[in-house]
Design a protein around this ligand. Sequence first.
Ligand code: DHE
Length: 542
Amino acid sequence: HSAAELKYQAGGSPLANEAMHQNINPKAPPMTQAEFEIGKQIYFQRCAGCHGVLRKGATGKALTPDITLEKGTEYLKVFIAYGSPAGMPNWGTSGDLSEKEVDLMARYIQQEPPTPPEFGMKEMLATWKDIIPPAKRPTKKMNKYNIANIFSTTLRDSGEVALIDGDTKKIINIVKTGYAVHISRISASGRYLYVIGRDARLNLIDLWMEKPDNVAEIKIGLEARSVETSKFKGYEDKFAVAGSYWPPQYVLMEGDSLKPLKIVSTRGMTVDNEYHPEPRVASIVASHYHPEFVINAKETGKIMMVNYADLNNLKVTTLDAAKFLHDGGFDSTGRYFLVAANASNKIAVVDTKEDKMAAIVDVGKTPHPGRGANFVHPKFGPVWATSHLGDESISMIGTDPVKHKAQAWKVVDTIKGQGGGSLFIKTHPKSKNLWIDTPLNPDAKISQSVAVYDINNFGKSFEVLPIGEWSGLGEGAKRIVQPEYNQAGDEVWFSVWSAKDKESAIVIVDDKTRKLKKVIRDPKLITPTGKFNVNNTQHDVY
Ligand code: DHE
């Protein structure tokens, strides 16, 4: 694993501050309650992303007492301090953990893993706020904004989203949401915006209000990353679904109120037929072919096609893909969903019309497409592309089994970007540019710029645009993350992501000329990351 991959996985979990049930293991080395609390904090800040909440292992190895007690404190200390070539970071020698903390963690992981609480209907209902009930909302659009060109922009560390008017580039409103919002999604009609925080707080924003703001809110668990809304004909705006990391489950809700209707656990067997106690829910998309959500369970490697036509007799078609499912998007026709199985270096392709796996394709190291990029390759026809966290390659997969059968579900072309540590890749049907970010590359020059290719001429190397420099911000790590197009497809927006106490910005590039068009700077733009253009998110344009 590269440094970029590790940094990415080791994001803090909100479970660090959760009260948990703890069994004492008499064989484990002693710890005071205070030491245990510190161990728990560090574990959920640094380790849980790879080793799992219950320490049953995911990207990282299992760390249950049956394994750790046998290794003993001294061995574990060396491992934690120096890391391993297999991917364990060198927490001690890097200076991230002190000698005392390394010793404490070596003893902590020999204790029984504490279990965070469950979160069922009673708990959800207790957090549900019907702030403005549907009957009291506007019956028509009450503002003059071009809603279809609003960008819902995550302000990661302030627990907000900025709604930015794509036409005027002015901030319409800063809306309070959960902490470290991961994604925003738009209802089928384009009216409702759903925003999910890392702390599993889900907000519903009504874009018809004079000043768009929250109309409903619920906490769907203790930690989450994904939300989606029903898009099949006849079910527009009717249902919402959110998936959680903890507890491992998804919940179906009323689309216009977030009232929870049904909770389904994802605990169960992996594609290798081993039991997994915490299969986290990764990406979710809404099918255009059936009244279904496509729900991806990370650790089991299973894709669940959840039919919402009859919630009392819930039909779920489960497809075996590969481990560990993460992020993905549709092909240009909206029929096929392509999702990264990042620990297998594969892209799994689902046919949402037939509810079947179409293929599982080998790509580069640790694919990370975001929603991916669709374009017509000059030689091979329609393709969907992903970049990678683990290497500099960009893999293009043929997506047209009718007119380009020989190329379908094969990597037809591979090009090189600036380096590893890429998270997102983007183009637009009206554009000839393919943009590749590299926010997690260890080289500041690379993480503070983006690469752009001409789709009609992959023989010519990429151009590098110094977005960080263009932002006009001073010193400091200003990572460039997530290209996103405007509605017209003639501008591409980049987040210049600085530390919480430093200034950040949004840089807008003219897509045709590749020249700087506008820098949005505002003290309220704290740690911007993901941006979701209403039109492009609503219609899966990418
Ligand atoms: Fe993300 C998408 C999970 C780290 C910004 N991220 C996703 C999705 C999942 C996910 C499951 C797909 C949701 C969907 O489409 O339904 N992300 C995780 C993690 O588990 C991980 C590795 C570690 C963590 O602790 O969270 C992680 N992600 C990050 C970051 O460090 C980023 C850059 C900043 C942050 O907020 O923490 C980040 N993730 C994003 C963004 C998207 C995303 C902007 C949506 C991209 C899009 O264009 O659709």
